[in-house]
Design a protein around this ligand. Structure first.
Ligand code: G6P
Length: 472
């Protein structure tokens, strides 16, 4: 019987060492939830890195057994794989390039070689269980070479690729010495998905100019194969956020937090630590607001959650220091004995506490300098069961194409972001309700489960077209 294999760099659980033993912590991410309906069925499986270093062979075998029960299979990475493939090529070469941070790109041939080697490692792990009639869905920029590696071994398999980060303009892609190999890797797929139309357009242009494959309405014909490229904006598990917001557990947290904070307007910001998120720019805009509007002192504060990420990469370490300094500066400038402008947390929070932050905040400030989609803004909107609240959203986030009822801002425009906060603070309840309701109805319709369904239906359709072509 044919099966579906999901592949991503990280598994939807992460391996934690505890008192000489190990345990698996499930990921709370939307993708894990959405794809749960697939990999938990029948013979299907999810293959990826369990996220920690395991050198001991006996322990590896134990982990394989435990993961098998969860319908997962591990790809173990060595310390050097993590350093050169994950931190190196994935996060010091592709990540900055694809987010237009060309000053951070590291052009290291050792990184590239490790990237090829580890993509091959994933391919070998998949080939242990994959057949020609299986469907393999590969996720994200860490595995760009994998679709073609799989195609060469399983020419008839159904292979899909989805990129969760932006795809930049040809002018950026051409800077990378390995651009041709990266694109060739991706076109091993039958279907390639991006979050936005612009990402798709940039990809098609790069494929045309670098590989010489033209396209007709998103269909590329290469080596007698049909490859479809399209935009599939990813949604969230809407009901999970909407029902959590109304749950007893969340509301108890809201009550407790509000008692601590007293009567004031709250702005919420939540990100992984990343230079693409525009965190320093946002703190500066808030600083500007307090400089220009002393009437808000004591009446408005910002809850800023920064989730630790990639902390061995230099640019991330430097960013952490920059944020620490900026928050220290704004708090030392404006704090009083009973008011702190920025409540800054460098850690992650349990789901119901996050839900409480979304529920009790008046404004969400989501201002990335560049973001493939951004789900925080969608989670905030879904959490607004009282239909009150204002979303300030960067036009550089993929989500801005859908959430047009947010106040859209250019995150580099400090004055503009500051003015957006003033506008949000004074928006009347009727307008808040109109905007939130309109965004909620589209997020509800196009949730993560619908996203998976639409993508899988399209994949089936492309494969049928391909079979028809072959039989002619
Ligand atoms: C982004 C990427 C994912 C990645 C996640 C966390 O959302 O698109 O592929 O897994 O960040 O980053 P990390 O480096 O911790 O896996």
């Amino acid at each position: 019987m044919s099966k579906t294999i999901i592949v991503s760099n990280r598994l939807p659980v992460s391996l934690q060492h505890k008192n000489g033993k190990f345990e698996f912590k499930p990921s709370a991410g939307g993708l894990a939830t959405g794809l749960g309906s697939i990999y938990k069925e029948g013979e299907n499986i999810w293959i990826g890195w369990p996220g920690n270093d395991v050198a001991d062979e006996n322990q590896r075998m134990e982990i394989v057994e435990e993961l098998r029960k969860l319908k997962m299979a591990p790809v173990f990475l060595t310390k050097s794989d993590v350093e050169l493939y994950y931190e190196g090529f994935s996060n010091e070469t592709i990540w900055p390039a694809f987010h237009y941070f060309t000053q951070y790109i590291n052009y290291e041939n050792d990184y590239w070689e490790a990237y090829c080697r580890v993509n091959q490692k994933f391919c070998d792990a998949i080939l242990e269980s994959a057949n020609d009639d299986d469907t393999i869905w590969v996720h994200d920029y860490q595995l760009l070479l994998l679709p073609m590696m799989l195609r060469n071994k399983l020419p008839k398999a159904t292979i899909a690729f989805f990129q969760h980060i932006p795809f930049p303009s040809y002018e950026i892609i051409r800077m990378l010495p390995w651009r041709k190999e990266m694109l060739e890797g991706m076109v091993g797929s039958d279907l390639i998905g991006f979050h936005t139309y612009d990402d798709m357009r940039h990809f098609l242009s790069a494929v045309g100019r670098i590989l010489g494959h033209s396209n007709e309405s998103g269909f590329i014909q290469a080596d007698n194969r049909l490859i479809n490229v399209d935009a599939f904006p990813m949604g969230i598990d809407y009901d999970k956020f909407a029902s959590a917001a109304a749950s007893k557990k969340t509301l108890n947290h809201v009550k407790k937090f509000k008692e601590m904070l007293g009567d004031q307007k709250l702005l919420i910001t939540i990100d992984r630590l990343d230079y693409s998120k525009g965190i320093p720019q946002r703190v500066k805009a808030f600083d500007q607001l307090l400089e220009d509007h002393p009437e808000y002192h004591g009446k408005v504060s910002m809850i800023m959650v920064v989730v630790p990420s990639r902390d061995r990469v230099k640019s991330y370490q430097a960013l952490k220091e920059e944020i620490d300094t900026l928050v220290g500066s704004i708090n030392s400038k404006f704090s009083t004995l009973n008011w702190v402008p920025v409540h800054y947390f460098y850690r992650s929070f349990p789901f119901n506490e996050l839900s409480a932050f979304y529920t009790m905040s008046d404004i969400a400030l989501v201002t990335p300098l560049r973001d493939g989609m951004n789900l925080v803004c969608k989670e905030f909107v879904a959490s607004k069961s009282q239909k009150q609240g204002v979303l300030i959203l960067s036009e550089m986030a993929g989500a801005s194409k859908e959430l047009v009822d947010a106040i859209l801002v250019n995150p580099n425009d400090q004055e503009g972001v500051k003015n957006a906060i003033v506008e949000a603070l004074s928006m009347d309840e009727e307008e808040q309700e109109l905007r939130i309701s309109s965004m909620q109805s589209s997020l509800k319709k196009y949730d993560i489960f619908q996203w998976v369904k639409v993508f899988m239906d399209r994949l089936k359709h492309v494969k049928e077209r391909q079979t028809d072509l072959e039989s002619k």
